[in-house]
Design a binder for this molecule. Structure first.
Ligand code: ADP
Length: 164
């Protein structure tokens, strides 16, 4: 049984993430989408909300499960019998950092990193940019699942009302 992980913060999940998860699910027997739950980062959605969104968004993939992780990704991989980390590459700018991270992870544990090139229609897509566009009233349909767009609208309105 060959199990891989797609790690990220998924704040919130985008169609770019789902494209990579779906393609990874065809390459491996099982895929774990691992959501970083470290408290230190400033997130729009908390860890449980991000995991719930992913569970709903990944419901159509029968070999994909969602989990939270804190600490080293390589420790999570060892604990869950994971042999590969799957990362999407959007641009050359992703590559420098991802190569360094892949080599660091390989030095920490016997784990391969598999790079999957982004589908062209998602190459500009990042959660941070989706939040920024949505915060200024831009239309993000087609970039995130519809139910995520609705949750995003509600959360941004709450934040705006709270003066954030
Ligand atoms: P962000 O989406 O803001 O870059 P994440 O940490 O949630 O941040 O992303 C997790 C991983 O998902 C990234 O490291 C990358 O491998 C992949 N990814 C994110 N967006 C895309 C995309 N548009 N196309 C391909 N892969 C992506």
């Amino acid at each position: 049984m060959r199990r891989a992980v797609c790690p990220g913060s998924f704040d919130p999940v985008t169609n770019g993430h789902l494209d990579i998860v779906g393609r990874a699910s065809k390459l491996f027997d099982e895929v774990v989408v691992a959501v970083g739950v470290n408290k230190s980062k400033n997130r729009l959605f908390d860890a449980e909300e991000r995991m719930d969104m992913l569970r709903q968004a990944c419901a159509g993939f029968d070999n994909v499960q969602v989990a939270g992780f804190r600490g080293l990704l390589t420790d999570f991989c060892s604990e869950h019998d994971i042999i590969a980390i799957v990362k999407g590459l959007r641009a050359v700018s992703d590559f420098d950092y991802e190569l360094q991270m892949a080599q660091m992870n390989a030095s920490l544990a016997p784990i391969e990193t598999v790079f999957v090139p982004t589908s062209p229609e998602y190459s500009f897509l990042a959660s941070s940019l989706v939040k920024e566009v949505a915060a200024f009233g831009g239309d993000v349909s087609g970039l995130v699942p519809d139910f995520v767009r609705e949750l995003l609208t509600v959360r941004l309105a709450e934040r705006a009302a709270a003066g954030d």
